[in-house]
Design a protein around this ligand. Structure first.
Ligand code: 13P
Ligand code: SF4
Length: 311
């Protein structure tokens, strides 16, 4: 007797039928990471989205990531498992508010660098995009004779200022997940595992970053843990990262960094995606990212500048 195909088999069948590629961020659930064609950070995923030859891009991450894929690939269908997968950083800098701020401060002639965690509208108002993986490079390449406005993440912004020595005006946005790690919660786990290396994402606050042995993007965490002689790591970022590390750096121990009130940190937006929703969006080709062409063109320029600068 034949048995009904599993959800995984159905996803793979639909993927072939649609000539689709499945891209997944490092914060996705284990099952989604395992079925994806590529798992990575925002930068790696932006490159993959730009280069793919598939007809359909299924983006398992949050909305701004899928939107970025659409901006650089307007001819393709871009779907995401759950259209409500937003991002608190994106919400902390609404396009109209940034537009009004830039108008009110036109005399400053700001060079605007936007962290990729923002809307298409904010990208369209920016001179260059950056990710946590290339932020220093992008800031160093900015014109020396213009003041920089960095949006929307003040923590990433101040980390880049420390690293590059370049002063910037910072938008006061934050990631609701990463600011939940506290000096006390991380100090406590460090005391429990004195030999462990602490690896933190730059969206964490200064008080947490100074306790870390390494601060970097999610992709760079993989390389750091692989190459480090240490065998135990405290991972101070969203919990999905541990699946990626356990898969690619076998034999080492990864401990999730605890927050002030939880043993690990989940991004509620990233976690909206499930295998079932991934299956349904491949089958129905919806929810789909659509964009006004004029806005898309304006948003594409600073993304292409970033991709060029960070090669
Ligand atoms: P990375 O680009 O380092 O993966 O970060 C994305 C993100 O959303 C962090 O919260
Ligand atoms: Fe946005 Fe924070 Fe979630 Fe990353 S972890 S997608 S920055 S809310």
């Amino acid at each position: 007797a034949t048995t009904a195909p599993s959800l995984t088999e159905e996803i793979l069948r639909l993927k072939k039928e649609r000539n689709a590629v499945i891209l997944a961020h490092n914060y996705q659930d284990k099952a989604i990471q395992e079925i994806a064609d590529f798992v990575g950070d925002s930068l790696g995923l932006a490159y993959k989205a730009k280069e793919t030859e598939a007809d359909v891009i299924v983006f398992c991450g949050v909305h701004f990531m899928a939107e970025t894929a659409k901006i650089v690939n307007p001819g393709k269908i871009v779907v995401l498992p759950d259209a409500n997968a937003g991002c608190s950083l994106e919400q902390s800098c609404p396009g109209p508010q940034l537009e009004a701020f830039l108008k009110a401060n036109a005399a400053k002639n700001y060079y605007v660098i936007a962290y990729i965690n923002c809307s298409g509208h904010v990208k369209a108002l920016s001179d260059c995009i950056c990710t946590s993986g290339n932020a220093d490079k992008i800031v160093e390449a900015a014109p020396k004779d213009r003041p920089i406005l960095f949006v929307p993440d003040q923590n990433l912004g101040s980390w880049v200022m420390e690293r590059t020595g370049r002063k910037m005006d910072l938008w006061k946005g934050a990631c609701y997940v990463h600011v939940e790690f506290t000096r006390d919660s991380i100090q406590q786990i460090k005391d429990e595992y004195p030999d462990a290396k602490v690896v933190a994402h730059p969206e964490c606050t200064y008080a947490v970053r100074i306790l870390a042995d390494e601060v970097c993007s999610t992709e760079k965490m993989v390389g750091y843990c692989r190459n480090s002689p240490a065998s135990t790591f405290i991972i101070v970022t969203e919990s999905g990262m541990l699946h990626r590390l356990e898969r690619e750096v076998p034999g080492k121990k990864f401990i999730p960094g605890p927050t002030g009130h939880c043993a690990c940190a989940d991004c509620r937006y990233m976690k909206l995606n499930t295998l079932q929703k991934l299956h349904d969006c491949l089958r129905d080709l919806t929810p789909r990212v659509e964009m006004d062409e004029e806005l898309r063109k304006r948003a594409e320029k600073p993304i292409l500048r970033m991709l060029e600068l960070s090669r």
